[in-house]
Structures are given as C-alpha cells and as structure tokens.
Design a protein around this ligand. Structure first.
Ligand code: PHE
Length: 339
C-alpha cells in the first residue's frame, strides 16, 4: 500500500464529509468509506497480505483515518440537524411560505355570534331545537291551529315522514319550556325555512334568533329596554328602537320592532325605503295559551318573546342589498365581512 494512495484516500474522504450538505449525502459518504463494503474496511482486510513492517504502518494510518472520519461525520450530523449549516443552494428559506387560504367566518355566523354574545351579557342562556319540526311545535303549541290564516304566510316544506322544516325559531320556546320551570331566559339561533319565492329580500332558507323570558311579572317595558340595549350594543349608541302594533298568534299584545336606519341615521334613504326605519323583529308578550300548553300558570307567570331575522341585521350592518348573496359561497363576497 503506497503512502501516497492512503494520503489521497484520506483527503478525499474528509473533503467529501465536510462538503456533504444534507444528512442523506453524509450517509452516502459514511457508507462509501466506513460501511461494511466501504473503502476503509476493504483496505483493512488486505493488510494481511502485506509484509510485517508495511502492515503496521498502513494499519496505523487506516485506523486513524477511520476514527478521524467517523468523528467528522458525527460533527456534521450535529450541524446539519440543528440547522447550523443551511442548504442554501437548493432551498431559499427567505421566500414567503405557501398561503393556505384560511377562510373567514360567514357574515351570518358573525352576526349570530355577536347577537348571542350581547344577550348572554343580559343573562340569557343558549337553547337549541331541530330544523325538522313537527306541526305541533311549529304551529299548534304556538296557538296556530290547522285552520288559522297565519299558517298561510308561513307555508313550508312538508316531509314524507310527517315532519316539516321549521318556519321560525319559535318552536324552541315551547321545547324549552316543556323541560324547564320558570324563570326561563333563553336565546336560540338557527336556520328557518319558508316556501317563499326568492328575491332580493326573500329566501327559502334564512336564519332567526329567538328570545324568550318568562318569570313573575315580566312586562313589555323589559322587552323594550332589552331590545334597545341590544340595538345599541350592536349598532352604536345613536340607534333608536320603535314598536308598531302587529299580530302574532303566540303573543298578545304583539309588535313589530324597527331600528332606525343605520345607513342614513333615520333621515330616509334607499335601504330603508325612505322611511328612516328598518323592520328587524317580531315580538310581544307570550300568549297565555302558549303558557298553558306547557303547563305554566298564566296567572302566575308572564313573559316576552321576540324573533329577529339574522340576514336582515347583517344586511343593515354591512350594507348588503341582496339576501341571495349570503348563499352563493362566493369567497370574494364572504371575505369582506368575516374575521
Ligand atoms: N316567529 C315570528 C316570525 O317568524 C317572530 C316572533 C317571535 C314574534 C316571537 C313574536 C314572538 O315571524
């Protein structure tokens, strides 16, 4: 074995280990020189054929190289795995990362969350009910028997199973009162369905948030002050609230609730159809027949209830002029209102 040959081997081995820029490349160097079929073990095997003098000298050099190379590889493994040396040639780590396109909250979800948050601060609990309802909960228990004309304006989709898609969130009132004794103070938000012809303000599918408060001596002034608080929290201090007489089978007296128009401050504009007011909710004092249907004594308890259209509120808050935009899943639209 020539000394020059061994010197050349040593230089190449150490240079390759120092130049390896990845753990995989380093492993290749290790296998080539130190592996079972590597260059150094092969030479060590040949030592036996050498004369004693030469064998000792070559053996010393080879074993030293073995330790030196193993030590260098170990050091480089440490550097490469701690990122001390970066593979700058192939990977530019200063480039911006890949944008994964995270979504935003849907404007309907956003309004629901804000509205529920405000009512929770007023001591309301959150309740829920199913989208597929029975005629009993959607109509009968709410004082709307089969031949009542109110059923006509809330026509819906009837299922072959006998159920129907709820036309409002009011059935949650009944379901909750059946299982709880007064006082009850709940809000329930969710999807509703009606057999309406879609246009800029109508959709067969929309959302409501229902409120119900039953206790001893609940009065209409509490309904008004709670809704006024809600309006101001949601829209700012300047918003006004007005009640207009109305009719619902399940409240008596009944009102429709308007907020002063957010866009024009009540002066009158296109959004509020020049009236300065926008209809937001139906509400009223819970009809005694509804309390009786859930075994509450109407002599002992009174309550108020309201139901608000979520899309309505979102349209005013964000200046959206067509309800159908909510359901088209166009991210260019949706991303403007979420967070
Ligand atoms: N459920 C009624 C509707 O959808 C709104 C309402 C709720 C009215 C509660 C009074 C009390 O039109």
């Amino acid at each position: 074995m020539e000394t020059d040959e061994l010197k050349g081997l040593r230089e190449r081995a150490l240079a390759q280990a120092a130049a390896a820029e990845s753990l995989a490349a380093l492993e290749q160097v290790r296998i080539a020189y130190l592996g079972r079929k590597g260059k150094i073990p092969a030479l060590l095997k040949k030592l036996g054929q050498l004369p004693a003098e030469e064998r000792r000298e070559a053996g010393k050099v080879l074993n030293q190289l073995k330790r030196e190379l193993a030590g260098l590889i170990e050091k480089r493994v440490g550097q490469l795995s701690s990122g001390e040396v970066r593979d700058e040639g192939r990977f530019d780590y200063t480039l911006p990362g890949a944008w994964r396109g995270l979504g935003t909250r849907h404007p309907v979800s956003r309004v629901i969350e804000e509205a529920v948050g405000i009512f929770r601060r007023l001591g309301f609990e959150v309740a829920e009910g199913p989208d597929v309802e029975t005629e009993y909960y959607n109509f009968d228990a709410l004082n709307t028997p089969e031949d009542h004309p109110s059923r006509d304006i809330q026509d819906t989709f009837y299922l072959e199973s006998g159920g129907l898609l709820r036309t409002h969130t009011s059935p949650v009132q009944v379901r909750h009162m059946e299982r709880h004794r007064p006082p009850v103070r709940i809000v329930a938000a969710g999807r509703c369905y009606r057999r309406d012809v879609p246009d800029a303000t109508h959709s067969t599918n929309f959302h409501q948030i229902e409120g119900l408060y039953v206790n001893k001596r609940v009065s209409m002034s509490e309904l008004k002050s709670d809704l006024a608080f809600f309006a101001r929290e949601l829209m700012g201090r300047k918003v006004q609230v007005r009640f207009r007489p109305h009719f619902f089978p399940f409240t008596e007296p009944s009102v429709e609730v308007d907020f002063s128009c957010h866009a024009c401050g009540g002066k009158g504009c296109r959004l509020c159809k020049r009236s300065g007011w926008i209809e937001i909710a139906g509400a009223g004092m819970v009809d005694p027949s509804v309390l009786e249907a859930v075994d509450y004594d109407p002599e002992e308890y009174t309550g108020y209830a309201f139901g608000m259209g979520i899309e309505r509120i979102a349209m005013i808050m964000f200046g959206i002029n067509d309800i159908r935009l909510f359901y088209e899943n166009d991210r260019r639209f949706l991303e403007q209102f979420g967070w």
